[in-house]
Design a protein around this ligand. Structure first.
Ligand code: ATR
Length: 282
């Protein structure tokens, strides 16, 4: 019997998740498909109805994107300790009509970093204090990095530092701290934020980035953000947002198909082919 998977969010039309997952499903000859589940945020019943139907229908699981990553926690029968610690999920597995929540955004970010660097003992800076910052700072700390955080609104940043037992740093001190890793989790430099503010910029510039640093931006629209540009100018190693996107999808696939090994190269080729033919990404 065909098992359906998909992405729950709003909007989902430009998501690249179907491209990666359907390529993997086809490559392995699995009896499954991956669809778009656009859930109207204006309809208070829509999410509850969807999760209820999931128990009944042949849905094996789903990805969760904006704006449901936090609220979806309430609809789970169980969640993985990492999702619980982060307070958000991006992956749901339907196991015998019980919904289990996971967070592969965090592990995907780690996998993207690990392509370029080891993590234990590294001095890492997280820019931002939203959900993505919480997830990435948490897994970096768990991986043995020494984690610092800067955020535009200091009170929010300090609160997150306290919750995670990591260090706050002032913007002016970032350069002299000579970080090994810097990760931007804010929308600064994204098409959406640039359109809103009328300008495109980076929170930190090349002078504050050590040449030995590994720098990652999780923004995917565009991939070449001003922050990535500054990192390259500094001579640092730059990791663009599609690497995390790929690795979070690999993590999802392996949760949904625990007996199949994700065909990483097939998923990667599908992602880059889609990226080269579109400017939209999720
Ligand atoms: P998510 O949950 O997706 O990570 P979020 O909760 O909206 O996103 O968090 C966005 C983060 O980016 C916040 O830390 C925000 O800073 P504030 O706490 O000061 O709002 C940061 N951010 C958003 N726009 C920014 C901007 N123009 N300059 C600097 N930081 C910005």
């Amino acid at each position: 019997m065909n098992t359906t998977f998909g992405i729950v969010g709003h909007p989902v039309t430009h998501s690249l998740s179907p491209v990666m997952h359907n390529a993997a499903i086809q490559h392995l000859g699995l009896d499954a498909d991956y669809q778009l589940f656009d859930i109207d945020p204006q309809d208070p019943e829509a999410l509850a109805n969807f999760t209820y139907e999931t128990d009944l229908n042949h849905i094996g699981g789903f990805s969760v994107t904006m704006p449901y990553k936090e609220v979806m926690m309430d609809y789970m029968d169980y969640y993985d300790p990492l999702a619980k610690a982060i307070g958000a999920l991006n992956t749901v597995v339907n196991r015998n009509s019980e919904l289990i929540g996971y967070n592969t955004d965090a592990t995907g970010a780690l996998a993207a970093l690990k392509e370029k660097t080891e993590l234990p003992g590294k001095k890492a800076l997280v820019l931002g204090a939203g959900g993505a910052a919480r997830a990435i700072a948490y897994v970096l700390r768990e991986s043995g990095a020494e984690v610092f955080l800067y955020n535009r609104t200091e009170a929010k940043g300090q609160a997150l530092c306290q919750a995670l037992d990591i260090e706050w740093i002032e913007l002016a001190s970032i350069g002299q701290a000579a970080f090994d890793l810097i990760i931007n989790t804010t929308p600064v430099g994204s098409h959406a934020e640039s359109a809103e503010s009328g300008a495109s910029h980076s929170i930190i510039t090349a002078e504050a980035i050590a040449p030995h640093a590994v720098v990652m931006d999780i923004i995917t629209q565009p991939l070449e953000t001003p922050f990535i540009h500054e990192a390259k100018k500094a001579g640092a190693i730059a990791i663009t947002g599609e690497r995390m996107l790929l690795h979070q999808a690999i993590g999802q696939f392996e949760l949904w198909f625990p007996h199949a090994k994700a065909p990483v190269q097939i998923m990667e080729e599908a992602l880059y082919a889609a990226l080269s033919s579109t400017s939209s990404i999720d």
